[in-house]
Design a protein around this ligand. Structure first.
Ligand code: NAP
Ligand code: ZN
Ligand code: ZN
Length: 334
């Protein structure tokens, strides 16, 4: 039996410390000691659920099951939103296991484990070796936030010549600016106020527009690709007029309700709306290599991995004060 500490959501939103116990490692299972975990906007959605939180994990391998082939004790690894898939359906066979009907993802499967914890046990095939160029703390936010924005840019035909808009400079947005800039794109950033302007330009933006209270935006050349990384849906009327014909909008925001868009600009401009969820493993691996090679790194605020630290990090995020990704680290390192 293996037991470890985990931190869960609860009905009233308070963070609850608990213990998860699992049988001895079997087959391709890997036991990790968590060294860092990002706090993603999506964790906020599960704060009132009775489940272990956190899905941007990094850690060190402590033990491996008998069938593990590629990792050994002491290796640095990360994991993200997806923990398992069937491996045989058309989606899995074509490297798009994020759409597998049997996918095991955060929020729906393996609710007794997450990255807000001292340890976790995952299948070898869903772990990623961490590049030397990134510390565990720097790699953690890439496991969901980084993979999500890189996936959208990389999988759907965005070119180095594209003019790329990013709305919302949070965990995802500040990585999207860096990835798009390092891909060579012309990056245009939209943010509520001017307060993040300097940082956005430093991260690689060419132009910056504050949007609060603005009814119309005049940005000159129109946009080929728009990544929506806000925590709520934006005013679509404001943005559809900025899109060039045959352009693509990526709504990455997780939210309930409906997507209501201005119909005629969508139709007459031949604009595509492309949903996207994290990234399949090949793209995730390519994202890590790209980040390591090009110096894409999150800007972090560190918090201790305990009830108070997680609560404080979540408050900082919901108050809009996170710059730009919260990372939970084991108490003695905080
Ligand atoms: N599709 C996927 O696979 C995927 C993966 C991960 C996360 N997500 C989702 O992506 C969204 C962003 O995640 P995140 O971790 O980057 O969150 P975050 O760090 O909170 O960033 C969100 C940003 O949105 C802006 N914002 C805040 N409140 C807003 C409001 N009421 N209306 C409009 N904009 C607001 C802020 O940017 P400014 O200050 O610049 O305005 C903020 O920094 C969340 O909805 C999350 O659940 C989706
Ligand atoms: Zn996430
Ligand atoms: Zn499958």
């Amino acid at each position: 039996m293996v037991s470890f500490t985990v931190y869960k959501g609860s009905k009233d939103g308070s963070i609850v410390k608990s213990t998860t116990s699992k049988p001895e490692l079997a087959d391709d299972q890997v036991l990790l000691r968590v060294t860092a975990s990002g706090l993603c906007g999506t964790d906020e959605h599960y704060r009132t659920a009775d489940m272990v939180l956190g899905h941007e994990g990094c850690g060190v391998v402590e033990a491996v099951g008998p069938a593990v082939r590629h990792f050994k004790k002491g290796d640095r690894v990360g994991w993200g939103y997806e923990h398992d898939c069937c491996g045989t359906c058309d989606w899995c066979l074509s490297g798009r296991e994020t759409f597998c009907p049997e996918r095991a993802m955060y929020g729906y499967a393996d609710l007794d484990q997450g990255s807000f914890a001292t340890h976790a046990i995952w299948k070898e095939a869903f772990l990623f070796a961490l590049p030397e160029e990134l510390t565990d703390e720097e790699a953690a936010p890439l496991m969901c936030g980084g993979a999500t924005v890189f996936g959208a840019l990389h999988m759907y035909g965005v070119k180095p010549t594209s003019r790329v808009g990013v709305i919302g400079i949070g965990g995802l947005g500040h990585l999207a600016i860096q990835f798009a800039a390092k891909m060579g794109c012309d990056v245009v950033v939209f943010s509520g106020t001017d307060s993040k302007k300097e940082e956005a330009m430093r991260l690689g933006a060419n132009e910056f527009f504050a949007t609060k209270g603005v009814k119309e935006l005049n940005i000159g050349k129109k946009i080929d690709c728009l990544l929506v990384t806000t925590s709520a849906q934006p005013d679509w009327n404001l943005y559809f007029s900025l899109m060039t014909p045959d352009s693509v909008v990526f709504p990455l925001t997780v939210t309930g309700g409906e997507l209501k868009i201005p119909y005629m600009p969508f139709l007459s401009g031949g604009i595509r709306i492309q949903g996207s969820v994290v990234a399949p493993r090949l793209v995730h691996k390519q994202m890590l290599e790209f980040a390591a090679r090009n110096g894409v790194k999150p800007i972090l605020m560190k918090f201790p991995m305990n009830e108070a630290g997680i609560t404080k990090a979540m408050k900082t995020l919901s108050d809009g004060d996170m710059r730009y990704r919260g990372v939970l680290v084991p108490e003695q390192e905080a």
